[in-house]
Structure formats: C-alpha cells, structure tokens
Design a binder for this molecule. Structure first.
Ligand SMILES: *Cc1c(COP(=O)(O)O)cnc(C)c1O
Length: 394
C-alpha cells in the first residue's frame, strides 16, 4: 500500500490522535508536565513536621540510594540542579581554563555553560539522525584531521589547546551509540562525561545511560521524567570521585560536629531535603511513568505510521529510550514545514516546540571551534517536539 503525503491538517489531526484527548482542556496541553499522585504530599508533610526542609535531612541520602538502585551505578550525589551536576562533573574530570570540551551542537544551553564555568571552551560536534546525539564516526575522522597527540594527550592543532573531555548528551531520552563514542574517547584519550539530564530510565544495551562515563549528570527539573522541583545528581563508579563531588557540592565543609571550617572553594550545590522528598516519591513511580510515556510514544508512532514524509523518531537499535520528548521529523521533500506545524498546534493550545537553536548559533558561543554541522542544522530545521507528559499515557 502506498503511503500518504502529509498536509498541515492531516498532521494536526494525527497529533490529536496521538494525544488521545477528545477535548483539549481549557488551559491546553503542555509539552511535559509533572504529575503528583504518589507519596509526594506525605513526604513533603514529613519535612514540614520535622522542620527538616533545608540542607539536612534523611530524604537526601534516601534519594541518592534510590538512584543507585535504579541506575545500577554505585554512587549518586544529589545536587541543586542538573547544570550544577554537570559543572562539578567537569571540574572532577580535570577541566581547567582554556581546555576544550567536545559536545554536541544540539543540546540545552547548560551543557556549554558548564564548560564555561570552568573557563573552558566548548567545541561543537555534529550529530547523527538516529539518536540526535554525537556522530562518533564523523567525530573520529574530524579529530584525526584537526588534532595532534602529544605525550598521549589530544591537542587542537589550530588553537594549540588541549582537548580534554567528551560530553555526549542523550537527546530527548534516546541513548547515543556509547560503544562507538567510548572507542573514540579511548583513541584520543578523552575523559567521557555523559550529560544524561534527559535520560533517566533510558538504557543502552541493557545498561543505564550515565553508567558509561567517568561521571555523569542527571536533571530533575520540572519538565524532566521525574522532578524534584529543581535538582540534579552526579553518578559515578568511583567512590573517591563521589566523596569529592559531595565535598565540592556542600561548600567543601570539613565534616565536624560543631567546627565551621572549609578546605577549598566549594559550591552551595546541595539539594534541599524538601526537594529530595519530592524526588523520592517521584522515583517510586518511575517504572509506571516510563510505561505511560512509552504508551504515548506508541500512540504517536501509530498515528503517523501511514505517512511517507513525516515520521516519529523511534528509539535507536539496542536501546530502550524513556521517550522524554516524542519528536516528529518532517522530510525535506514534504510540503508541510516545521513552523506551520508549530503555529497550528500552539494556536490550538497544544504546546509543541522546536528543538533548541544550535549552541554555536547563540551569541556567546559563535566564536567557539566547531565541526561542520550539516546534519545538526538540517535535523533541527525539521523537528517538532510533541506533548509527551506522563499524564497523556494510561
Ligand atoms: C535539563 C538539562 C540539563 C540540566 O538542567 P537543569 O535545569 O539545570 O536541571 C542539562 N543538559 C540538558 C541536555 C538538559 O536537557
């Protein structure tokens, strides 16, 4: 059977079919909204009743323990945001002033900001169309061209700067090809730090995302799969790094019953007990959330299966995605455009969204080194993120 070509109205109808709402509520449908139907109130009340709302309290270590159990990574350090978590990951990876940090051109601005907080320089890499993450094959040939190895360390030949770290990001929850990326990191002696902010509940060949790098960062912002209001976490296999991460994120205070002393410039990147309490209640429901999100993705996949020129981005082979955001990819030959779809849906209060502007297109990152970004630019111009909340599943 030949497939049909998309027009604006049929795409709009298929999005409605995917949302499976007979009537859009008066306020419309958000892109990704949190849902609180578990022990959230109970745990938050406990914080109020015990007065443990701030930096001390049992929910923080409980939350960290739950992350360890779920991800299978032996150490987790809760932080005040995913951005803070990334910042500390990069410090502990040894990123210093004037180092270059390789990262995808398609990401949330925090990935690049975290490098600049270390006075380092983002170096942008093109992505591939299966995962929307770093294209390891093209990164390898790019590095072979532009870098030199000196004493086992990778340098950018044009800038003379050390290329120290590689930060893949699991875009929209889809795991990148970690085997390939690890092999590039090994070949050029780069420290691997995963930006797993969007991929709690996503697995690569059966292993949780964020378990492959030296360190990795999770986010629990309000629009992520589970939320603590605001928050993040660092994951690592190294006890030593976990201890250092805890120290740095808690103002580098020397543990003591009453003495107030600090042994380096630390950060107030603690996750308050109040937020951790919310996180514990949310993590208890994570398997159910993931099931609901998969249902949402499957409904969209079905609604768009008959089209020749628009399709839903499927989880890559050998991975299990959390489908944080379900995305529509429009063929360049299609007569419908991204902006038409964005306009039609948002007018109907269905809050679809384009992907981020490419990081090197932002004013503060325009001068940073970068690969040719053909695929990134092309993909972003054809992508629409669809409403993907847990509450849209059944
Ligand atoms: C959400 C997110 C972060 C961290 O965000 P916070 O709001 O600071 O928790 C980092 N990187 C990516 C790719 C993200 O999507």
């Amino acid at each position: 059977m030949s497939k049909r070509s998309a027009d604006l109205e049929s795409v709009f109808q298929s999005i409605l079919e995917g949302i499976d709402e007979n009537q859009i509520p008066p306020g419309g449908i958000g892109l990704h909204e949190p849902i609180f139907r578990g022990n959230e109130e109970k745990y938050l009340k406990e914080c109020l009743q015990t007065t443990l709302v701030s930096s001390i309290g049992p929910f923080v270590s409980k939350f960290e323990q739950m992350l360890v159990e779920y991800t299978g990574v032996p150490y987790a350090v809760a932080c005040s945001s995913g951005t803070a978590a990334l910042h500390v990951c990069l410090i502990l990876a040894g990123v210093r002033a004037n180092d270059e940090v390789l990262m995808p051109a398609v990401s949330f601005v925090a990935t690049a900001n975290a490098a600049v907080y270390c006075q380092a320089i983002p170096h942008f890499v093109d992505v591939e169309s299966k995962s929307f993450g770093i294209d390891a094959v093209r990164l390898r040939s790019y590095l072979q061209k532009i870098s030199v190895m000196k004493n086992g360390e990778c340098y950018n030949e044009a800038t003379g700067r050390r290329i120290k770290v590689l930060v893949p990001m699991h875009c929209f929850g889809h795991p990148v090809d970690l085997d390939q990326i690890l092999s590039v990191a090994q070949e050029f002696n780069l420290v691997l730090i995963e930006d797993a902010a969007e991929s709690l509940g996503s697995f690569y060949k059966g292993k949780h995302t964020g378990s492959h790098g030296l360190l990795s960062a999770l986010s629990f912002n309000g629009n992520k799969v589970v939320t603590t209001g605001g928050g993040g976490a660092i994951l690592t296999h190294s006890k030593e790094l976990a201890v250092k991460a805890k120290h740095l994120t808690t103002t580098a205070k020397i543990p003591h019953a009453w003495k107030m002393a600090h042994d380096e410039v630390g950060y107030n990147y603690r996750l308050p007990n109040l937020n951790a309490a919310l996180g514990c209640a949310q993590l208890e429901q994570l398997p159910r959330f993931l099931k609901a999100k998969r249902q949402v993705a499957e409904r969209y996949l079905k609604a768009f299966e008959d089209y020749a020129d628009v399709k839903i981005v499927h989880e890559p082979d050998s991975t299990q995605s959390n489908y944080w955001l379900v995305n529509l990819l429009i063929d360049s030959t299609s007569k419908v455009t991204r902006d038409q779809i964005l306009e039609r849906t948002n007018q109907a209060l269905i809050r679809t969204r384009p992907s981020w502007e490419l990081l090197p297109d932002l004013a503060m990152y325009r001068e940073c080194p970068k690969m040719e970004l053909t695929i990134a630019r092309n993909l972003v111009s054809r992508t629409v993120s669809l409403p993907s909340s847990v509450s849209l599943g059944h």
